[in-house]
Design a protein around this ligand. Structure first.
Ligand code: ADP
Ligand code: ADP
Length: 229
């Protein structure tokens, strides 16, 4: 299990406007950290930097002690599984959607992995048959079902790091709680970073980082932060 370190990271999309002002934090190997903060604080930016959609203007980002600029795109993509807020599904079968991005895997391997996800209760509410068509011409999935497929798609790749970028915040509270219960179980065996805007969704995090205007405003346990208001 790898650790994730942001070491004095400075970044702005435009030259004259800095978004992250020397952001530093460490997510120790195997720990589940959450990142909260007001809209515009830089939470998604942090996620994009970790995935190298952009590189910092100063500072370093380390995975397992290695500067991610020295890691190949392929191993970076294999190391980090991302679940975004609004996942896009293809008008194709559930199996295709879960297996997408695993060009090397056979349908049988994908289905075996997906069955594993089903055992974790992740896709118990989906049709059991993976050749079921979803989307415009097929079965219309609810937002929660779509997110379950997207999470299964990420998990079958078995990434050691899980990056959840508001993965459940578009869902109703009940669906959110169900999916969070599964995600918390899955995250136990990995290093994870959950970006969230509701404190209630990250009560199980080992530590919560509060981001404000591109710097770490404070950090602590859920109880610590509630105590401070
Ligand atoms: P959060 O996820 O905490 O809401 P973001 O990381 O999305 O915050 O945004 C941080 C700041 O960066 C905001 O001021 C936002 O307007 C700006 N920003 C985000 N994406 C871009 C972009 N692609 N180009 C320019 N500015 C951006
Ligand atoms: P390699 O030697 O494996 O090609 P590099 O670290 O030289 O790896 O470069 C990888 C990418 O990271 C390049 O696109 C480079 O522009 C960028 N890069 C490397 N070092 C820095 C740095 N200090 N600041 C910003 N970008 C960098």
């Amino acid at each position: 299990k790898p650790s994730v370190i942001f070491d004095n990271v400075v970044f702005g999309y435009e030259q004259d406007r800095t978004i992250l002002h020397g952001l530093s934090f460490e997510v120790p190997a195997g720990k589940n950290y959450a990142v909260v903060g007001p809209s515009g604080a830089g939470k998604s930016t942090l996620a994009r930097l970790l995935f190298r959609f952009y590189d910092p203007q100063a500072g370093r980002i380390l995975i397992d002690g290695q500067d991610i600029r020295h890691v190949t795109q392929a191993s970076l993509r294999a190391a980090i599984g991302i679940v975004p807020q609004d996942s896009v599904l293809f008008n194709d079968t559930i199996g295709y959607n879960i297996g997408y991005g695993r060009g090397d895997a056979t349908q049988a391997e994908i289905e075996a992995a997906a069955q594993g996800a089903a055992l974790m209760g992740l896709i118990c509410r989906l049709p059991k048959r993976f050749d079921t068509e979803v989307g415009e011409r097929g079965l219309k999935l609810s937002g929660g079902e779509k997110q379950r497929v997207a999470i299964a798609r990420t998990l079958v790749k078995n990434p050691p790091i899980l990056l959840l970028d508001e993965a459940t915040s578009a869902l109703d509270t009940r669906t959110e709680q169900e999916i969070l219960a599964t995600l918390n179980r899955v995250a136990e065996h990995r290093t994870s970073i959950s970006i969230a805007h509701r404190l209630s969704t990250i009560a199980d995090a080992d530590r919560i980082l509060v981001l404000n205007e591109g710097t770490l405003a404070e950090s602590g346990s859920h109880a610590d932060l509630l105590r401070q208001g």
